[in-house]
Design a protein around this ligand. Structure first.
Ligand code: PEP
Ligand code: MN
Length: 339
């Protein structure tokens, strides 16, 4: 962090600030000249908020030069983190991991039909919401515990690992019992109480990017989980809110590149909640593979017209199959594996 003092600021003001920083075990490197008093702060500045320093008289400008996240950062760990879900499924390396399934778990029959089909087409994980965060309180809210039980049952039947969204920290013991990967929804990305609880979980966490969150805020949320002791975090770009209305959200595909530069954590894409339209999913999925994402989470339904949520963005079973074939072709060219 670099601090520039105002012209005409006093030595006393400078010393007061330096004393404050030294008390935090930070080192000061003075780089002042005759015209300007300026100094660098060296050490672990992650607990220091640059804007707090403006409370001191004489401060003109504070600039952060290192990231505010530590454990999630590339400088903390040079090698990519690879999260092993089984001998066959590893997220963060050369494998392109596909998570597929309905938006919501609706019934045992529905989940079994979709799970069997996506498994056959080559998906690695089964997705499905048991607790649904809906914009309207009158919309389908999910089967809740019954949904978790169905996910576990069908996951065991098909050999697919399960990923599903946790709505609140009090449900963590249930999720530890029923789920393989715990999803944090976009609306909960900055639910810090939940993130802290997940820091104590033994399960990998799929952390979706918030609707209007910057990449730095997203990585700070990952940091919350990691600071609690759980370093198994998978980031998920799912589209952000912009002025554009044609699509449900705007897929920020460059976020994958940014995250891979800034962090060692795996990053996947959710084209379904980004586009909001099933006919864009295949091409966005191919783009995700090409840009270097470590996988996808995608909504699939055997009868989207009658889905209880997100039918318009759900791929039919044959379309999902076709998409997997296309992904496989492109993955060979790119030196990635899908199976
Ligand atoms: C979901 O995955 O079903 C979901 C609600 O996603 P998001 O949190 O990204 O809106
Ligand atoms: Mn959905």
């Amino acid at each position: 962090m670099i601090v520039q003092m105002k012209k005409g600021s006093t030595k006393k003001e400078y010393e007061k600030l330096v004393e404050f920083l030294q008390a935090k075990k930070l080192e000061i490197i003075d780089a002042s000249s005759d015209e300007m008093r300026v100094f660098g702060i060296i050490g672990d500045t992650s607990s220091l908020d640059p804007s707090d320093l403006y409370a001191f008289d004489g401060v003109k400008e504070v600039t952060r030069v290192s990231t505010p996240f530590k454990k999630a950062s590339r400088s903390f760990k040079k090698h990519d983190t690879i999260i092993e879900l089984s001998d066959e499924v590893k997220i963060g390396g050369d494998q392109f991991v596909v998570m597929a399934g309905p938006c919501s778990v609706e019934s045992e029959e529905q989940l079994r039909i979709i799970a069997k089909a996506v498994k056959k087409s080559g998906a690695h994980l089964l997705r499905g919401g048991a607790y649904k965060p809906r914009t309207s309180p009158y919309a389908f809210q999910g089967l809740e515990l019954e949904g978790l039980k169905l996910l576990k049952k069908i996951g065991e039947e098909t050999g697919l690992k399960i990923v599903t969204e946790i709505p609140s920290a009090d449900l963590l013991p249930l999720f530890e019992e029923y789920v393989d990967v715990i999803q944090v929804g976009a609306r909960n990305m900055q639910n810090f109480h939940l993130l802290k609880a997940l820091g104590k979980s033994t399960k990998p966490i799929l952390l979706k990017r918030g609707l209007s969150s910057t990449i730095e805020e997203w990585l700070m949320s990952a940091e919350y989980i990691m600071a609690g002791g759980n370093e198994k975090v998978i980031l998920c770009e799912r589209g952000i809110r912009t002025f554009e209305k044609y699509t449900r959200n705007t897929l920020d595909i460059s976020a994958v590149l940014a995250v891979k530069e800034l962090s060692h954590l795996p990053v996947i894409i959710d084209p379904s909640h980004a586009a909001g339209r099933w006919n864009m999913i295949e091409k966005l999925s191919l783009a995700s593979l090409a840009v270097g994402a470590h996988g996808l989470i995608v909504e699939v339904h055997h009868d989207p017209e009658h889905a209880l949520s997100d039918g318009a963005q759900s791929l039919k079973l044959n379309k999902f199959h076709q998409m997997m074939e296309e992904l496989e072709k492109v993955s060979t060219v790119l030196g990635k594996t899908i199976k």
